[in-house]
Design a protein around this ligand. Structure first.
Ligand code: FEO
Length: 400
């Protein structure tokens, strides 16, 4: 049975939610599910903005049939060719023989890479600034390369001032009956997932995101329609401001994100003592065991907080495996502009600290709290002063 949501008098959400997906993109857990948004515009011509993932394709087809109410589909705008939004292109071509696929040249190449059906004769290739008039609505296409794929474009409806923003301004989390962000307590219940979505999916491409924000700022936006998560019709400034912070690698909160990898609890003990000493100085802390918490959550926290303390056991003469994996993930997401304190542990040859520093040296504008604190097997009484000194150095760095 169809399950759609009205957005405006002539715009309908015809997407679907997936709460069974274990790992989005095969790597990010989505315990709250995920929505794949697809929008149907009912003008003199009918337009579908993107399709959905193959797991929920049948729901899209039901929703679309209901939304069209006997009409045909004239245009399918493909803003992004990642398969979570493009699985139903073939079905659309078969079901609507006169439908045109509207996309840019790079998208067309990607469609041919992913699929074998004939597409050239069914395609309207557009470029930056081109306008598609569908009757009352005029749709302008704006390229958004590398946010987060090279072919991404977004679409601005100059008539109703709607920005169809592709993956930008998306969020993990199924919609659970609501469609607008103002129907839920987004800040309380969804912002963490929105940050985890941005930082892990788009985070590497901050400069490109900034370019899109600049492009979008030239337009009045009354509705913001992303491909995942809620539609924004009020207070979108709050979310846009978050995007400005995240994409410029600024921080939301002053405080220390402590991540540790501990084999028998002794490295954890050093990290806990540091956390206590920081709290004693009125500094906010958050802590993660990298062997327990998924890396995507810790990457997201690294983007949120101003400082990091990384504590790791030495293992096979290197960084402990789960920490090494996390740090490479963090570096791949282009983290920058942070202050980092390092604690290493090793019973006979502690080497993890220097190796951790080397990974961060590949990132831009990373400042180190001077001395790597070395634990040999377990923290001893006389090392408490060293940990206190590290806490003081972090406090000094914050100007406290
Ligand atoms: Fe939601 Fe980049 O696809």
């Amino acid at each position: 049975m169809h399950c759609t949501k009205k957005i405006t008098d002539d715009l309908i959400w015809v997407g679907a939610n997936d709460r069974r997906l274990a790992m989005f993109e095969g790597v990010y857990s989505v315990p709250e599910g995920v929505s794949y948004n697809s929008y149907l515009l009912l003008d003199e011509k009918t337009v579908l903005f993107d399709t959905v993932d193959k797991a929920v394709k049948s729901r899209l087809m039901e929703n679309l049939e209901y939304g069209l109410n006997g009409r045909t589909l004239d245009y399918l705008i493909v803003q992004h060719m990642e398969p979570d939004h493009s699985s139903a292109i073939g079905e659309m071509l078969d079901k609507f023989p006169k439908m045109q696929v509207v996309c840019n040249a790079k998208t067309l190449a990607f469609i041919k890479q992913f699929h074998d059906f004939e597409i050239d004769s069914r395609t309207m290739v557009v470029k930056e600034g081109d306008v598609l008039s569908t009757g009352r609505h005029n749709l302008t296409f704006l390229m958004a390369p590398m946010v987060h794929w090279p072919e991404v474009m977004i679409t601005y409806d100059t008539t109703d001032k709607i920005l169809f923003s592709a993956d930008a301004f998306g969020s993990f989390g199924a919609l659970n009956g609501a469609i607008f962000a103002d129907e839920v307590d987004f800040e309380r219940d969804y912002m963490d997932e929105a940050r985890r979505y941005y930082t892990n999916i788009v985070g590497k491409y901050g400069d490109q995101t900034q370019a899109v924000l600049k492009k979008a700022s030239a337009h009045e936006i009354k509705l913001l329609c992303p491909l995942h998560g809620f539609v924004w019709r009020t207070d979108m400034k709050v979310f846009i401001e978050k995007y400005k912070i995240w994409s410029s690698y600024g921080y939301e909160e002053e405080g220390v994100m402590i991540a540790y990898a501990s084999i028998y609890g002794n490295t954890e003990n050093a990290a806990e003592i540091l956390a206590c000493k920081l709290r004693d100085k009125g500094i906010k802390t958050t802590m993660f065991d990298v062997s327990v918490t998924p890396a995507s959550e810790i990457v997201s926290a690294a983007f949120k907080w101003s400082h990091m303390a990384i504590a790791s056991a030495t293992y096979n003469n290197g960084i402990f495996v789960t920490m090494e994996a996390f740090l490479h993930d963090l570096q791949a997401h282009n983290i920058k502009n942070r202050t980092v304190a390092i604690i290493e542990n090793g019973s006979w040859a502690p080497t993890s600290g220097g190796l951790i520093r080397k990974i961060f040296e590949k990132c831009s504008n990373i400042k180190f709290i001077d001395n790597i604190l070395t634990v040999k097997s377990s923290v001893k009484e006389d090392q408490l002063a060293e940990i206190e000194a590290m806490a003081c150095a972090i406090a000094n760095d914050m100007g406290k």
